[in-house]
Structures are given as C-alpha cells and as structure tokens.
Design a protein around this ligand. Sequence first.
Ligand code: SF4
Length: 422
Amino acid sequence: MQKLSILADAAKYDVSCASSGVNRGGVRGSLGNSVQGGICHSFTSDGRCISLLKVLYTNYCTYDCAYCINRKSNDVPRASFTPEELCELTYNFYLRNFIEGLFLSSAVIKSPDYTTELMYRTVFLLRSKYKFNGYIHVKAIPGTDPALLERLGAIVDRMSVNIELPSEASLKLLAPDKKKDDIVAPMKLIKNKIIEYKDTARHLRGAPKFVPGGQSTQMIIGASGDTDLRILSLTEAMYRKYDLKRVYFSAYVPVNTHPLLPSVLTAPPMLREHRLYQADFLLRFYEFRADEILNEANPNFSRHIDPKCQWALLHLDQFPIEVNRAPYNKLLRIPGIGQISAKRIIQARRHGSLSLDDLAKLGAVVKRARFFVTCSGRYDPALKFDEQSIFTGLLQASDVPDAQLSFFNASSPVLALREAAI
Ligand code: SF4
C-alpha cells in the first residue's frame, strides 16, 4: 500500500491516459476485455483524467528535469515495484472491479533500456501468467533500444512518448538529460511499426497487432516561455508526421523551485490548457490550420473568448456567412455552429429558409453564431457588424467572469485580444 500510494501519487501529473480506441472482446481462458469508447474514465477535482490503474513502475530517477517532482535532486519518498507486485495489484484490482486496465509509466531507473525491460517483464507476465486481456497503455521511455520498444509494442494497446516541452530550447533548459531526437525516434518507430503490422495483417489472417490503440503524447504548458502558436504548430506537425491519436496538454503544476520556472505560488494555467484543447479540436475536426488560428502578430489565445471566436473576429472579412446557402465547410467556420448543427442546417434548409430561431432549434449556439451570420440576407437588426460591437457582444456571452473588465481598458477589440494573451 505504501508503494502504491507513492507511485500512484507520482503518476498523477501525467494526463495522456485516455483509453479509448481499442475494441477487444473477452477470450475463453483469459481475463478482461477492452471496450472501444473508453474504459473506467474518472476525473479528479481539477479535471484531470485518472482512469485505469495509473502508476509509475518506479519514481527513482537518474534524470533531473526541472519541472518534475520525481527529479533526482528532490527529496521525496521513493519506491519501486517488482513485476510480480505490479501484476498482482492489477489482477486483484481488476477482479474487484476497481479498474479495467493499466496505465504504466516510469521514471528512468539506471537507463532507458533497463527501465523498459522491467516494464516489458511486467506486461509480459500480466499477459502470459495472469492471462490479463484488458487494456494496457505504456509510456515509451525516450532513448530505449528500438528492438525492445518493438517487443513492448506487440503486447500493449497504446503507447505514448511524452514530448514534454514545446521547443528544443525549453528542453535544453529544463530537461537537459532529454534530447529531441531521442523523443522523436520512438514516435517514428511506433508509427512505422503500426503501418508494417497492419500491412502484414492484410495478407496474413490472425497476424499479431502492434499498438492497436495508436500512440499519444503529452506537453507541459506554462513551464517555459513558449507561445500558444508554437505549441499549436508543434501539435499540428505531430498529428501529421506521427499519426498521433491525441496530443494532451498538461497545465504546469508548480511543484519545484527553479530559477527558470514559474513560482511555486503560481496557479496552474488551466484556462490556457482549456484553450489549447479547444484549438486542438479545431485542428482535428474543423479543418483549421494552426497558422490560421494564430500568427506571429497574435501568438496567444485570448482568455476571454474561445479560439474560434478569436479567429472569426480577426477575419471579419469572411463574415457574415449566409446560413441558407453556405457549404458545409463554411458553416463549420461559424462560431457557435458545430459539426452536428452544420449537418442539421444543410438538411433543414432543403425545406425552407432558416431564421436565427431555427438555428437555435437545430442545436447552434446562437448567442455566438448571431454575430457572424445572415439569414436570407438579413443580419440581426439588434446588432452592429463591426469589430468593437461584436467583441463586446461576445464578451457579454462569454462565461469567463472578468471578461468585461479587461475589454473596457483596451482601445480596440483586436488590441484587447493581443493584450489578453496569456
Ligand atoms: S525523466 Fe524527468 S520527467 Fe521523467 S520522472 Fe525523471 S525527472 Fe521526471
């Protein structure tokens, strides 16, 4: 119990543990299954996902990353499981219905290879001796031998490699033991092996799978001076290059003192993390590019309005959009209109012209959409179509409590957006 409390606590800062994407039924003689759409998700009071049995194998670390509670220079209680102990724990928790899977990460004990070998032994035992067929997500340690990673990838459902910080410069400053190439290499390997194994499966029935749930990564937000533009551009590049399922953002929790880090009294930048998730959604589902959402002149998100509203306000030349004629991809660009409401609008307008009231009935968030649309050529007569008025209206519709205050200090809404950058 002592080990569990130390190693589960040490793992709580890692947020890349979502478990969706793998569907595997039970097998006679085996224990457990994995259900697509997520297993055993729960959330702590600050909104972090703590699904699965989420533990570190060990928190003894040979590295000294400035932002990490487990860095070797910290005087914290240390512990390490043995493969058998961790298997027993997972197996018994599963039997008691506490968990449906395992999220296993680790600090770097001795070397990346040594650590990964221990994690491999644990997962191998779980799969073979304990016949555990449930979901397993393992963290790949940068710098591990590719052959060892391939063996591990063949028996787990998901792997993730933490990119940690948004730039090589921040990595050098805050995590000098980690090299960008060592982080990128396992990402490439996982991507290539997934393709290779899928290809084999096409020709050979029953061929083994490699990381069927794909790979993800996590980036710490707010520990370095990187802008949101830098973070979002890197996110976009990683989705494209490594075919990641998800990029998770983790607001830096100030646990250490270090001259290059925010003070330990600083609150974690949760709103910034939230804005990045909203923008990530625009990249993945709304066909936005990172350099459209932010640019060098506006490199950070507003804390007052969401990224889609911010983009729309900075591109008023593309609005208002006529909802009764606009194609699907144009409707998707309107703040307050999502994928489902856009599809409903296209269906509904076949039967007659739509009004603002109709948009509300179709699921659009009219308190935002009304600023950016015309219905049958008519702009809402209660509104003025100019930057200042729209910004004021959006602030009034915003749920960020102090939104109004900052606005009235700014001479122009666009300036307010820039000044409000986090
Ligand atoms: S490698 Fe760095 S981030 Fe990972 S546990 Fe060790 S000190 Fe922490």
